[in-house]
Design a protein around this ligand. Structure first.
Ligand code: UDP
Length: 234
């Protein structure tokens, strides 16, 4: 994938939590950060979106108003980005965090121009707070930002090493795709990203590379080595 210049890396909140499933697993985050540094050092521009599932999902509560629950979810993604940004800094990378809403002095308001400036300075860039609207997900936030910043692809670092024709936890004979079209993802309802994000990637021709975060050097190998995962073509 060496012809890529700018990518959007989507990490799930659960990926940050590692085995703990909640909060942060520092070793997992440091390992991912070292890999991001390695690819930025090679000249790759990396935007990062992180989910919030290690803290909160809007659907978690059946008691409180969904809009408010989603606001908590969006703030969870801001916490994840501040934490991961600091981990990136600890391995020697400069960073900038953008949000679609004001968070005082903690983040900057998203604008394409400001993002391009940050990339020019060699920074890794975080897109925290999702789309800024309830009833969306960070998958959709990732698709939106990838399209806006004209990323060459979305790198989907998951707990699973690609896209399967059925759930490998349930079906021992589940087959992993090396490559699959985004139309097939839609038609067969394959578990990649949510429907809204899938349609956005299809309409705007953003390919996806799905791989396991826990595979050794998976981010570096996806961009500069042998890719072990599924490519979703558009
Ligand atoms: N969220 C939101 N709008 C967005 C992005 C996220 O309301 O644009 C909220 C929503 O409550 C979601 C939570 O933030 O459940 C965490 O985001 P993530 O994408 O990890 O959630 P998931 O898709 O796993 O529910």
């Amino acid at each position: 994938m060496a012809d890529y210049k700018r990518v959007l890396l989507k990490l799930s909140g659960e990926a940050l939590a590692g085995e703990k499933r909640h909060g942060f697993d520092e070793a997992t985050c440091v390992e991912a950060a070292k890999q991001v540094k390695a690819v930025v050092d090679k000249g790759m521009e990396v935007g990062i979106v992180i989910g919030g599932g290690n803290f909160w999902r809007g659907r978690t509560s059946e008691t409180i108003d969904r809009t408010k629950a989603d606001q908590i979810g969006m703030l969870a993604t801001v916490m994840n980005c501040i934490y991961t940004s600091e981990i990136l800094r600890s391995v020697g990378l400069e960073t900038e965090i953008f949000t679609p809403f004001a968070c005082g002095s903690m983040t900057k308001l998203f604008s394409k121009d400001a993002v391009n400036e940050a990339f020019k300075c060699g920074k890794a860039v975080f897109f925290a707070g999702g789309t800024g609207h309830p009833y969306f997900s960070t998958d959709t936030g990732a698709a939106l930002r990838a399209i806006e910043i004209e990323a060459d692809a979305i790198l989907l670092a998951k707990a699973i090493d690609g896209v399967y024709d059925s759930d490998p936890k349930v079906n021992a004979n589940a087959k992993r795709y090396d490559e699959v079209t985004i139309q097939e993802v839609l038609d067969k309802k394959l578990q990649v990203i949510d429907l809204t994000a899938t349609i956005m990637c299809m309409e705007n021709k953003v390919p996806l590379l799905v791989f396991a975060l826990n595979d050794k050097d998976s981010i570096v190998n996806t961009l500069y080595g042998t890719f072990n995962g599924t490519k979703v073509t558009v």
